[in-house]
Ligand binder design. Structure first.
Ligand code: SF4
Ligand code: SF4
Length: 696
């Protein structure tokens, strides 16, 4: 089935129930209550631990080997999944194993081990409840931590009713009791336990498992043979490192300070075999390369190897939450699933990366600060170069030239936007869905109504607006310039328009690099003359501070990033006390504020909320996520553009309308388009709400 069809199928199946989103929101709520307990120093320290572990991987593998051999255990390195499966099969044959119990087995999903064992008539029991459910349903996990997140309790009950051949009620407790009865017997009979490992410790060869079910302990209590299957990147140097990782892993994964069970298993510990005699358990570690060693040399994606599989990125990813991991994933799913699929299963399996709208929420959520949106664009670029990119992306990357062309005759262009026929032609030849309302061009663009304003008492500002404001909403930029000039700044606008986000979003990284280079040269020369760069669009600011330094890796791009601010961030830098002197009060105004994905003040504050509150407005705010439009991504006629974008926005708007504001307010012109289309509430840019007390 094509990606578009898969998306449409899931959207209609999940309509109004949003099971993935609701499960993930529950975890996010728990996580948000305790995440502030983790300091940024600790996060940086854990990142450093993982960086060092990957840097010293060869030495660490040898340390694990030595530690295992000292305890009579064994280490094998498998170059790929097939080799790892063969190794497991050989051990099963050698010891006559007919029943295997598994726990924590995402990596065995990666290598599709069950298929290999079952083809040799070896019975495999997944003992993690979610894994067991998807195993019986004949499915793959839809989430890296909650494999059955996409199912309702009725569906789960139906699966067990069929399996046990008697009615099982849709009651989670009852289901657990039934499964437990079966598992106890299997644990005692199993000839082998196979587990994954959250972490492996180089200094003593121990492996660490973090679970909420404790099933690994039961599996290992009885099994005479234990095979650990894990990626080579799971090794860290010391137990001390593990304790630091454990402070952030459960908090981010499930919103718990500590999971119910954290087990440190040393190799060849005693097992309780059938009968009364205790005997040492035979332990074999199979560490899998499967593309990881090559990824380690790949500077553009290397940092994904630091991933601790906490799934925070899945919790926040808007398109993933709409369709789940069977569509937004292969075996690894969600944001981290894009690079991990490329590494472990090959570029050809990564077409689902088209579902990533480059909102950036995954990076914000990632405790290791892995730049997932950038890495995912690199995967899209590589896919496009090898297999060809979707034709729609090619046409939409020219959006800037299309707007410029349309702006030559704004009245005529606006009339065409009202014509169904013209919209159908646009849909066919450009790819913009005819159901998507588009903004109207202003009669005069920003360059025609504004060149400069104010005196440089406090400094010179270059106000960078991007295309939408430049051509559609120039009056917002003029108001922004008036506010800045009232605060003592001279304001000019640049000749630059596009920041290039669509190029990055669709993986046209060579084009993006060229544009970034041009923009950085221009901005750098003005910064050298003492200008401060202030961006009116959050996405422009995200390009200047995040993407350009990644794309160019140059000193100049760093200087531009350090000397540019979002408009409201800059107002905060001036000080709310000063700013409120030049603006009229918003006392008595009730607004619901939407935080755009790319609005990131460098101090982490929600600056527009602060701005509105400083002016006296009552601000309702709930952090849910992306509006779903994400530039031209949500305008594309594909199901994996327009339809999924609408579904993301629908949930958000439904929640916002319950909050109590008279308007939805947001500083991103794209988000406003989505709200104008989907909400019964009026939507406003903050600059549309404020009035200057006097104009300098
Ligand atoms: S950038 Fe946004 S859409 Fe893309 S993977 Fe990350 S969270 Fe998902
Ligand atoms: S990429 Fe980051 S957020 Fe996502 S699973 Fe890995 S560590 Fe967690």
């Amino acid at each position: 089935m094509r990606l578009e069809e898969q998306v449409l199928e899931k959207l209609s199946l999940y309509k109004d129930s949003w099971p993935m989103l609701k499960n993930n929101l529950r975890i996010r709520e728990r996580r948000e209550k305790i995440i502030s307990e983790v300091s940024s120093e600790l996060l940086r320290e854990v990142r450093r631990i993982k960086e060092e572990s990957i840097e010293n991987l060869e030495q660490n593998i040898e340390r694990v080997r030595k530690a295992l051999e000292e305890r009579g255990a064994e280490l094998k390195i498998a170059k790929d999944g097939a080799e790892a499966s063969r190794m497991v099969l050989e051990v099963c044959k050698q010891y006559g194993v007919r029943l295997v119990v598994k726990s924590k087995s995402l990596t065995t999903e990666e290598i599709e081990l069950n298929k290999v064992l079952e083809s040799e008539n070896i019975e495999v029991i997944e003992t993690d409840l979610g894994e067991r459910i998807v195993q019986l349903a004949g499915q793959k996990p839809s989430h890296i931590l909650g494999p059955a997140f996409h199912m309702t309790r009725d569906e789960v009950a139906e699966i067990f009713t069929k399996y046990y051949g008697r009615p099982i009620p849709p009651d989670p407790q009852q289901i657990v009791l039934e499964v437990r009865k079966e598992f106890r017997e299997k644990y005692q009979r199993a000839g082998m336990a196979i587990t994954g490992a959250n972490i492996i410790i180089a200094e003593n060869g121990a492996m660490v498992l973090v679970t909420n079910e404790g099933n690994d302990r039961l599996a290992l209590a009885f099994a005479p043979i234990h095979i650990v299957i894990a990626g080579v990147e799971k090794i860290v140097s010391s137990t001390r490192d593990v304790l630091k990782i454990l402070k952030i892993l459960p908090r981010n994964a499930t919103g718990q300070r500590l999971s119910s069970y954290v087990s440190f298993h040393l190799p060849n510990m005693t097992a309780y075999p059938r009968g009364a005699r205790l005997s040492p358990r035979r332990t074999i570690y199979i560490l899998i390369d499967n593309g990881r060693m090559r990824a380690r040399q790949d500077q553009e994606i290397k940092e994904i190897l630091y991933c601790i599989r906490c799934a925070s990125c899945l919790q926040v990813c808007p398109p993933y939450n709409m369709v789940g991991g069977h569509v937004f994933g292969y075996i690894y799913s969600g944001p981290m699933g894009i690079p991990w699929t490329m590494i472990a299963h090959g570029l050809e399996k990564t077409y689902f990366s088209q579902l990533c709208n480059t909102c950036g929420l995954c990076r914000e959520a990632c405790p290791l600060d892995i730049n997932l949106p950038y890495i995912n664009s690199i995967v899209k670029e590589r896919y496009g170069k090898r297999f060809g990119c979707p034709p729609l992306n090619k046409s939409l990357k020219r959006y800037e030239s299309l707007i410029t062309l349309a702006s030559r005759a704004p009245n005529l262009s606006n009339k065409l936007l009202d014509s169904n026929f013209a919209r159908k032609v646009m849909e066919k030849f450009i790819g913009i869905d005819s159901r998507r309302p588009l903004p109207r061009l202003s009669e005069k663009n920003l360059g025609e109504i504004f060149t400069e304003l104010g005196l440089p008492e406090k400094g010179n500002i270059l106000l960078y607006t991007d295309s939408l404001i430049y051509y559609m909403y120039p009056d917002w930029a003029v108001k922004a310039a008036k506010i800045l000039s009232s605060l003592g700044y001279r304001v000019i606008i640049p000749s630059l328009k596009s920041c290039g986000m669509p190029l990055i979003q669709y993986g046209f990284m060579d084009d993006a690099r060229r544009l970034a280079g041009h923009n950085v040269e221009y901005l750098y020369s003005l910064i050298e003359q003492g200008y401060i760069v202030v961006s009116l669009e959050p996405t422009t600011q995200e390009c200047l501070t995040n993407y350009y330094p990644k794309l160019l890796a140059s000193e100049k791009s760093k200087v531009v990033a350090e000397n540019s601010y979002g408009f409201f961030e800059f107002l905060k830098k001036i000080g709310w006390k000063e700013v409120t002197k030049v603006l009229k009060s918003l006392q008595g105004v009730y607004v619901t504020y939407h935080l755009p994905c790319h609005s990131r003040a460098r101090d982490g504050s929600i600056v527009v909320k602060e701005f509105l509150e400083a002016l006296g407005a009552k601000v309702y705010f709930k952090r849910i996520g992306c509006c779903g439009l994400a530039g031209t991504w949500g305008m594309k006629k594909d199901g994996h553009g327009h339809d999924i974008s609408i579904e993301i926005g629908r949930y958000l708007v439904r929640e916002y309308e319950k909050l109590g504001g008279e308007f939805i307010v947001t500083e991103c012109s794209i988000c406003l388009l989505q709200f104008q289309h989907l909400s019964n509430l009026p939507s406003r840019h903050p600059l549309q709400l404020v009035q200057l007390t006097s104009i300098k």
